[in-house]
Design a protein around this ligand. Structure first.
Ligand code: MEV
Length: 302
């Protein structure tokens, strides 16, 4: 018997880090980037990913979230059956594209089906999010909610996800800096600043407010307003030491070519950046201008 599940990635538009402290955030599912998780009976517990191929429980610490999911589901199923887990897809890891949430969600779902456990949606998301907490040190639930959604997500921890079906009518250029960001490190860095300075708390409040305002601008198809908010958020994220020299260089190129706004996306310290463009022609032009600095780019019609 073999079960598999295809889960997609995500891109955070606004409110990263602030969302960990209860503020609003806005995030987009990235359906063009997916990972397929497959589970099947095996001679021993085994994991096969692009980076690791070996005994499941001996996998490196970056897979601790997945180990939690599998341990939890085997306990629920009261099973000791050895299984092989295979992960295949195009979501690069450690870039803020949601790979860890995507595989945690898919692993929970395949095991729910494989063992016919009948877990509720809320239980599946709770297990996914606990895996994310193990991966990130602290997780808001935003990544789990967005990889589980087909629509734009407006989120805060208290209210949970609200799906929005509205279009902004613009193009979003997503570029991979190729720099590996560590969400755990970035979340800890922000936490440390919060403990040391009251200014950090007000910066996070502003980031959250910008997410609320961005949602309003989005619903009015106010592309200029959304772009302006991207730039304001990028200035704050930079002041929190989450940006890099390469991101600053990409920002200069994108804005000088006419992007409506530019920011890093996800936890920062590398990873992906997003540039809001009035149309696909401009997005392509900026992607070409940035080509030598990035490892990959994608354009989403939003
Ligand atoms: C990471 O993709 C987003 C953060 O806000 C952490 C979280 O929301 O759990 C940095």
């Amino acid at each position: 018997m073999k079960n598999s599940y295809l889960a997609h990635g995500k891109v955070i538009l606004m409110g990263e880090h602030a969302v960990v402290y209860g503020y609003d955030a806005l995030a987009l599912p990235l359906k063009s980037l997916q990972i397929r998780t497959t589970v099947e009976r095996a001679a021993e517990m085994w994991m096969a990913t692009a980076k690791y191929h070996g005994p499941f429980w001996a996998a490196p610490a970056e897979y601790d979230g997945l180990k939690y999911v599998v341990r939890t589901m085997l306990t629920k199923a009261a099973s000791q059956q050895p299984l092989k887990f295979t992960y295949r897809g195009q979501i690069p890891t450690k870039r803020g594209l949601g790979s860890s949430a995507s595989v945690a969600l898919a692993t929970t779902r395949v095991l729910n089906d494989y063992f016919k456990l009948g877990l509720t949606e809320a239980e599946v998301i709770a297990i996914t999010n606990q895996a994310e907490t193990i991966n990130h040190g602290q997780a808001s639930g935003l990544d789990a909610a967005t990889v589980n959604s087909d629509h734009l997500i407006f989120f805060n921890q208290k209210r949970g996800p609200v799906a929005l079906q509205a279009e902004l009518k613009a193009s979003l250029l997503i570029m991979d800096t190729g720099e590996l960001g560590s969400t755990k490190e970035a979340v800890a860095l922000v936490h440390q600043q919060l403990e040391q300075s009251p200014a950090a708390a007000s910066k996070l409040a502003t980031l959250g407010q910008l997410a609320t305002e961005t949602k309003t601008a989005w619903l009015k198809q106010d592309q200029q307003g959304v772009g302006h908010n991207f730039n304001r958020a990028q200035a704050i994220l930079t002041s929190l030491d989450l940006s890099t020299a390469k991101i600053a260089e990409l920002q200069k190129i994108a804005l000088s070519h006419g992007a409506l706004g530019f920011k890093l996306s996800g936890s920062g310290l590398g990873g992906i950046v997003i540039a809001l463009c009035k149309d696909q022609v401009l997005a392509r032009r900026i992607a070409t201008a940035c080509q030598s600095l990035v490892t990959n780019s994608w354009i989403e019609e939003i």
